[in-house]
Design a protein around this ligand. Sequence first.
Ligand SMILES: [Zn+2]
Length: 336
Amino acid sequence: MKTKKKKFRIEISGEFFCQGMEMTGKNPGKTLVVTAGVHGREYVGIQTLFTFAEDILCEEINGRLILIPVVNEEGFYQGSRQIVPADGINLNRAFPGDIHGTRTWRLAAALETCLYPKADFLLDLHGGDDNEMAMPFVYFSACAGTGVTEASRRAASSLSVSVRTASSARNGLYSQAAQRGIPSLLLERGGGGLWSAEEIKECKKNIRELMVHLGMIQEDEKGESKTWKNKRNIARKDKETEAGKEQREILHTEYLRFPADGIWYPSVIAGQYLNAGDIIGELYHMDGELIHRYKAKQAGIVLYYTTALGVRAGDSLAAIGKLESHLPLKDREGTP
Ligand SMILES: [Zn+2]
């Protein structure tokens, strides 16, 4: 096959939505679609895809790699939290889309039309928003067909992140792809409206691990992807977690939300292990009266949490992944 690297635009009926890069490899293989910027302030994934195409040669790819660094361009440029500015809707709740709907619904429809038919696998990069912090972890859809869920789960296991989490969502870019029979993952990393070279390196490593898993690039005998520039930093031990533990699967996650406007003092950090009764944080009225002290109902891990001082009723407070009771206590302590 002739290798090719070309830019493309997603447009329907003259309406522009977003742009990307398509890399066609030398040999046949799978098509992997990697997206970021569904939420415009989740910068780690966005910056990762801005530079990922420079790090890899078409000659090294089997199949095809499709990269879209900023799905929601207006949200990115306007610094909107979670939403598409034109209509205030969260794109990751707008699938399946509607070409006759408002801008977000049309964007969802355009992505479905242009990406799903090509994709053998879809990876969507996220992180905490500017008011949140997330540990590195990966979601797989637990409510797709058995084959799709299992293929997604196996792919999640190939990534060097310490937690994979089952999700019951159906209306996001990756979760709707799973509903349509495309194995897919959502990767979370970072937050706070920040990105760092270290996070970009880790995020790129995860994409390459997925490509190795899908047979799109080669892994040499040392367990290193041959296409990685920075080979000495990617020894096999990186498959383990930061704490040297195996990846663990979380089947149940508690999504906490604030019941009222208030001032928020979190007591946790992303990735922290909690025992039942540990304090997650306290919410106060502006006059100093305590609204609520949040405690962990059971052993868990803080997948992400809100860092903002001022919060509104209905905002996300934290996501706590439930750790199964058979895990020994010592494994639940510390930060992964
Ligand atoms: Zn997001």
